[in-house]
Design a protein around this ligand. Sequence first.
Ligand SMILES: [Zn+2]
Length: 429
Amino acid sequence: MADDIVNSAIASRQLPLLQRHLAYLQQFSPYYRRLFQQCGFTSAGLRSLADLQQLPVTDKNDLSRFNRDFLAVGEEKVVDICQTSGTTGDAVTVWQTEADLQRLAKNEQLAFTAAGIKATDRVLIGAALDRVFMAGLAYFLGLRKIGATAIRAGSGQPTLVAELIRQQRPNVLVGVPSLLLMVANQLQQRGEPPQTSGVEKIICIGEPVRNEDLSLSPLGLALSETWEAQVLGTYASTEMATAFADCSSGCGGHLLPDLMIVEILDDAGEPVAVGDAGEVVVTPLGIEGTPLLRYRTGDIARIHTDPCECGRETPRLGPILGRRAQMLKCRGTTLFPAAVNGVLQQITGVQGYYLEVHSEFDLSDRLRVVVGCDGDLSVTMVAEQIAAKTRVKPEVVLVSSAAIREKTLQPEMRKPVTFFDYRDKDSLV
Ligand SMILES: [Zn+2]
């Protein structure tokens, strides 16, 4: 009942914002004006938030194919251009106006404030402000609004990040977990243990640091132990220009209801039951330059609506369980590569791994787990550990750690590739 009251309070705030958003799309967005005409919709026809479900979704392919038709202002109003990778190889442009930058600043101010950041904090930004990225810019604008001190280290050079931590003594770090582990390693090697660096809080971007039950994942725990700092997560993307940020209770990313409407949809595009996992579909509100409607992120997660310790009543997004395209269906059970990776990372003796998935005759997928080990390891034990956590018992094969490195380290990729999909793509939804 309490949930219903909170939800209806949020819905009554969101409805006029959505109505305004739809009227804006109809008037200014060439892409959506055309789409509305095709499906006979007028913005005045939306009477409740549930009516949103009658409208078509937009995916990355649409944004890539008709990119320029998403620009909803004259070029003279654009003050910043962001790019994100497209589906066909061409980058997708996201145009921002002055009002969009103000909105981005507000978004990040709210997200960082929820994470407990105050004007007295010194925050190292381990994300790029250049290269037409949005994230680093958003963090800088948000910190400026809070009045905290920003230290713009960027993401490219761990040595520089380590040096800036030594010289400028930030008490908060923002960055991708792998970079922050590398930086900790560098400090350690210089005889300056990261635990003594003065870092109290780490805000992670790019990779989830929580398990499905919202406890810290092995990656999150590794960071928290290495730095002896509180580890919080945040999830956002260039297209949504809005963040889901862990509050300082660390129980999932709070939704900012005035800035975005979130739906969780199943394979057929229908809403899932509250609390079930599905694709995160977002409608960012109040965007001028590149407004979107029901944008499919391709990411799978679930919404938590139980009260949060922090007292905020907004729904929270749990960790991203995987990409929709990577979802495996093994004999009636759904799972994601990340869940199997999480198990493998905790087994002593595993020296690297990769997963292969093949189609099986009964519309089910067949998972093969290739594990690197130069010593003794029982394939039965590995398969049973995976089955205990995921309810799927895969075929497990042992190879040398060198064979794993050869397969997973690809010169053109930034991170090791540990998932190989050999399914017949035509049969996928
Ligand atoms: Zn909270």
